[in-house]
Design a protein around this ligand. Structure first.
Ligand code: SF4
Length: 322
């Protein structure tokens, strides 16, 4: 039977902007089972990355603040931990990779130096065995010349290689949970699928759980066991991946699916969702998606839809299903 590795309950994260506190994450609840993958999907500015940063306790404070909720990792309440203890979990038990490897890799140090820092900080191996571990983890992530790559600076590597080094750095401590925030968005299409295949292989081999954040619903279909669709900082739909793709309920999820290439081969151009994601200070009243929704009704601008249980572990936040 699967058990939860991480549970996040009613998470609220916000920022103080010009003396006004505005919420970027508004009551988000989810869980990730041992060795399972949860995909969080939505356009930029929907609160996905802020949710992930909160799990790592990396929300910049101030102006940011985790203003409510509970995050439990195994038996530990992450929001109650003092900073030095969260640093021991971050990078060891829970690791994160980002869209742009240059945000995690320091351009002035070699890859070896940077991976060694992680190893020594967490006491992953004795210092005299660190070099061997660095080269073996680089080989494990598919780097053909691990010794040479270890001694390279990030700018000497291609984007795909940099991403592999970042994955190596994230996995060197054998984390139980890997958070991957748009891990392939900055890469060429041919490299993207190789990196996704690598992540899938490593997940299976290392028996870890994964939180995959992406704007591309197509990617999560191949990888995630469960999918959570976010909009305006809220969960709009949540379901096992197969259920969501068989029967997407929320108009926003349907729109995201319509934007995928290859769904309709007669389409000459990609569909785009009309309108724009609202800014934090201008979240619409009622259903936050109502200005862009093709199925909007008059009451959608007034009533806030609750998250409705549709059975099959499928929940949706839309007044059409009340
Ligand atoms: Fe569209 Fe109304 Fe449903 Fe919101 S509640 S998604 S506006 S139909």
């Amino acid at each position: 039977m699967s058990s939860s590795l991480l549970t996040c309950n009613d998470l609220h994260v916000g920022f103080t902007l010009e003396n006004e506190f505005v919420e970027a994450v508004r009551g988000v609840t989810f869980s990730i089972d041992e060795q399972a993958t949860l995909g969080i999907v939505g356009e930029s500015g929907c609160g996905k990355s802020m949710t992930a940063l909160a799990l790592m306790r990396l929300v910049p404070e101030p102006p940011g603040k985790i203003s409510g909720g509970r995050i439990r990792f195994r038996e530990t309440d992450l929001l109650a931990l003092p900073p030095q203890q969260i640093r021991m979990i971050r990078g060891k038990e829970i690791s994160m990779i980002f869209q742009d490897p240059m945000t995690s890799l320091n351009p002035v140090y070699t890859c070896r130096h940077q991976i060694k820092e992680v190893i020594l900080q967490h006491g992953i191996t004795p210092v005299d065995q660190a070099d061997g571990l660095i080269e073996s983890i680089l080989a494990e992530v598919g780097i053909p010349e691990p010794k040479r790559t270890a001694d390279s600076y990030p700018h000497q590597l291609s984007g795909g290689m940099r991403q592999r080094v970042m994955i190596a750095m994230a996995l060197v401590g054998n984390p139980a949970l890997l958070i991957a925030d748009e891990p392939t968005t900055a890469l060429d299409v041919t490299v993207q699928s190789k990196i996704l295949d690598l992540l899938l292989d490593l997940q299976e081999k290392k028996r870890m759980s994964m939180l995959l954040i992406t704007h591309n619903l197509g990617i999560v279909g191949d990888i995630a066991h469960d999918v959570m669709v976010m909009y305006a900082g809220m969960v709009m739909e949540y379901a096992p991946s197969t259920v969501l793709f068989d029967e997407p309920l929320h108009p926003y999820t349907v729109n995201l699916l319509e934007t995928l290439p290859g769904i309709d081969t007669r389409k000459e151009r990609l569909t785009i969702i009309p309108g724009e994601v609202p800014t934090l200070r201008n979240i619409p009243s009622g259903c936050p998606f109502h200005p862009r929704c093709s199925r909007s009704m008059p009451r959608c601008a007034i009533d806030s839809p609750p998250l409705l249980d549709r059975g099959n572990s499928h929940t949706v936040r839309c007044l059409l299903y009340e």
